[in-house]
Design a protein around this ligand. Structure first.
Ligand code: ARG
Length: 400
């Protein structure tokens, strides 16, 4: 029987050419796998047909939008995951769900190898290949751009020579990856890190310098998950989509950073994640109301670990699972409502409500009704500051 290879297929030029390129180079049959993670654009059926027209023997398509929102974006929201304190892991989150469908397709169609369109310089090759190792350890991996010298120019020549049903003329200078959690744009003139992004770089957000009138939004959370917006029940996917629209209209979630890739390269990336950034902001503030102080402090450390593991391609790893169990436990009381103003590139919380919170008006107030015993503070400070006081006295005595 001819060998079979499952290819992570986007429907674009490179992976369309990769179908025939891999078949020519290896003699194997290629099965295209396209996964909808909310990247927008073309219908899955159109993509399926294109894969077949480009020579795939089978095409597997999956609408994974809800799965992606529920099982990948929501854990990231509960963690408040921001790599370098800014990047909400957009691409890093989508790879594991794509990997899951690649493994399923490989099983269904009897393939022993998977292929992806990543270069040898980025994080995504690692996420795909380490991801596959963890859930389908027998699948081999091949990357035509990295391993079979499939350059962009060769892809254009190949598509023209073989009359593939894919546009080769409109050469976008950028490398773009997008899904419902956000959008990543790199390469082209952005590689000069002094160059500011031009307007055409952006798609999910409008210019924050020309905002419409402020938009007030009420987000209801239950155990860390957004369940209603302005009182209307929503699924996680709908919550993200609605917030992408509403926060995007105010230019919220534009990020321009030089980040540390796992492979050691510093790279410049422009991100747009209006929904993710607004939801994380709201979720963080609800945690301020509901998490106990030490638990909140510890959670920030766990979040950093979780975020870095996911960025580094370790979605399926025992440590990530254990950290996630901790994060999940912290969300027990993260329920309530957050009011935000969306305006001028910012999502600003200006009201919060929770029946499961720890905010106690009578403890906090400086007015009538104060129940806090202020006389206890003196003794607390004396003991709390004792070690520092002793050390300061020593320094005064010895002079160094
Ligand atoms: N730097 C981001 C990451 O590693 C995004 C990678 C894909 N970016 C792109 N523009 N194609 O998660």
């Amino acid at each position: 029987m001819t060998d079979r290879i499952v290819l992570a297929y986007s429907g674009g030029l490179d992976t369309s050419v990769a179908i025939g390129w891999i078949a020519d180079a290896t003699g194997a049959e290629v099965i295209a796998v396209a996964v909808d993670v909310g990247q927008g654009g073309e219908d899955l059926e159109v993509i399926r047909q294109r894969a077949l027209d480009c020579g795939a023997v089978e095409a597997y398509v999956a609408d994974a939008r809800d799965e992606f929102a529920n099982e990948y974006c929501m854990p990231a929201l509960k963690a408040n995951a921001l790599y370098h304190d800014k990047y909400p892991l957009v691409s890093a989150l989508s790879r594991p769900v794509i990997v899951k469908h690649i493994a399923a397709a490989a099983k269904q169609f009897g393939a022993d190898t998977m292929a992806h369109g990543c270069t040898g310089k980025g994080n995504d090759q690692v996420r795909f290949e380490v991801g596959i190792t963890s859930i389908a350890p027998d699948l081999k991996c091949i990357a035509p751009v990295r391993d079979l010298a499939l350059t962009r120019d060769k892809a254009i020549d190949y598509a023209e020579k073989h009359n593939l049903p894919i546009a080769t003329t409109k050469k976008n200078p950028f490398s773009i990856d997008q899904n419902v959690w956000g959008r990543a744009v790199e390469t082209g003139f952005l590689e000069d890190i002094w160059n500011a992004p031009t307007k055409d770089v952006y798609d999910y957000t409008d210019d924050p310098a020309f905002p419409p009138v402020p938009d007030e939004v009420l987000i209801t959370f239950e155990k860390g998950i957004p369940v209603a917006i302005d009182g209307e029940k929503v699924t996680p996917l709908q919550a993200i989509e609605i917030m992408n629209q509403r926060a995007g209209a105010h230019g919220i979630g534009r990020i321009d950073i030089v980040e540390d890739r796992l492979v050691g390269i510093k790279s410049r990336e422009i991100y747009e994640a209006p929904g993710a950034i607004a939801l994380i902001e709201a979720h963080k503030e609800l945690e301020n109301v509901t998490l106990e102080r030490e638990q909140a402090r510890y959670k920030r450390r766990i979040t950093d670990e979780w975020t870095e593991l996911v960025y580094d391609g370790m979605w399926s790893s025992p440590l990530k699972d254990s950290l996630e169990a901790f994060i999940e436990d912290t969300q027990r009381y993260v329920s309530g409502e957050i009011r935000m103003q969306l305006h001028g590139g910012k999502a600003i919380v200006d009201g919060r409500k929770s029946d499961t919170g720890l905010y106690d008006f009578n403890l906090a107030t400086y007015d009538e009704g104060d129940t806090f015993d202020q006389s206890a503070a003196r003794g607390f400070i004396e003991i709390y500051g004792l070690a520092a006081k002793q050390a300061a006295a020593r320094q005064a005595r010895l002079g160094y």
